[in-house]
Ligand binder design. Sequence first.
Ligand SMILES: [Zn+2]
Length: 566
Amino acid sequence: MQRISKLILGLLLTGNAIAADMVLTNGKIYTVDATQPWAEAVAIEDGRFIFVGNAEGVAQFIDGDTAEFDLQGRFVLPGLIDSHTHPGLVARSVDYVELPWTPETKTEMFDALVAYADANPDKEFIVGGRWPSGLFGEEGPNRQELDAVISDRPVILTDTSGHAQWLNSRALEVLGIDRNTPDPIPGLSYLYRDADGEPTGWIKERAIAGQLAAAGIGDHVSADSLAGFLDYLAGLGVMAVFDGGNSDEGYRAAAELDRANRMPLRYAGSYRIENANQFSGAVEGLKRLRETYGGRRLKFNTIKVMFDGVSEIRTSAVLEPFLGEEGNRGKTVVDAARLRDFILELHEEEIDLHLHTVGDAAVRTALDGVEAAHEELGGAPNVRITLCHLELIDEADFDRFSQLGIFSNFSPQWHGGHIRGAELTLGQKRYDRMFRAQPLLDRSVTVTFSSDITNAGKWRTDRASPYFGMQVGMTRVEPEFGDKATIRPPADERLSLEDMIRGYTLNGAAQLGLAHDMGSIEVGKLANLVVLDRDLFATLPDQIRLARPTAVLMDGKLTSGELPRP
Ligand SMILES: [Zn+2]
């Protein structure tokens, strides 16, 4: 705002426009500014846009010192925002075993595991994944099956949902897990047991996170491995990320990058909680992160709550029971009344809230809690409230998202059916009603998009790319399935390119509280833009994932690629 008033003052005093540091002309600029969706030229001064419009208009900002560039008709977007991802999880998994994502048989999976074990004889623990729960029955995987493949070293494998683990007997032994080990949250975060109460090796919802941390497993994040992922995103034109939950180790690495001026984008960290006991200390926890690690680009203003689990392992909270388990509807970590009280506390502190909500009952309980907070305050709380994942939403709840001003975050890379298994626990009918953003868009809800990448292997197959997300969000076809791919129902949930771009730019900026600075190409905002190698509006939807920037400009500075000179 200060900049603008200085600029306006300058105009009033002199009657002339200020000369710009840089001017870009002859572009096909998609601004995501509703008052002027397209422009052909911009002028930039001190890292911000001071003009957005046509060639004649921009001329007045040019003097002898202005750097001029001709975009040669190229397509330009605002800087992109990834509003829910996991740089820490990606960074710590760079040397994990990478199993085939959609193996036809268990043998295929075991072959990859043995090859990794043979190639890494010095690795004390074999850690990685991902195994699809659909390959196993209702009893899940068991340790004996893994023992038959590797028994002399501990093996810890995560499933494709990221919410379950599979351990061999050696791993259970080394971690000190046996029939006497308590379940953190029975029915939600627990050790699956056989009829005798003995753990089978199937672990749900981080139930052994404490034991793993004590053994120092899975928590090594180096600044370099973190930088590898963040630089990749920045090179694609991503200028801000929201981290959906990281350890101190992960934030320490992020702070190290920030302090060394190696942080390539704005990084919104969160304090993550996953059980009812953690609600009372969460605000303090967030403040501690802020004080310890906060800096120039690394900020902390959001608490992330694992409000339910996932449907693949029957830990999401659902309105109708899971198939084959008539009494089981999953559960949320707290009820609506506790959530209301927590929102009232956040309101006092002006801290934002990000809720992992997968099942329709989790969504409803969250909305009930938010509604109760509105009632208590006689209006909206001073808290940006985001519900993420949103795999199932009951018809009756769509209107409430707009009434309550909820930010709705989807990770469209999942929308083609990349993760299997929920069809077995929810049944085909519910499975075919998942991932529905269109009813929310129709109600003018602020819908945001993100990658939700949790392992390095998937980053390396470009799934973290926003262009990949745009493609799958528009087509609901999974590129990795090749010839076997079909449109994942409902087909009328294929989203428009305009909505995809808005969700990856302006709406994402709004969710992160950055809309005053980012998300659109508008006078007064930071000069963030991405010059692409193709016009997305003239690209076939199934080719959009191939888009790449030829130049990325952040805060008025070229950060990758090059801009053509006239
Ligand atoms: Zn996530």
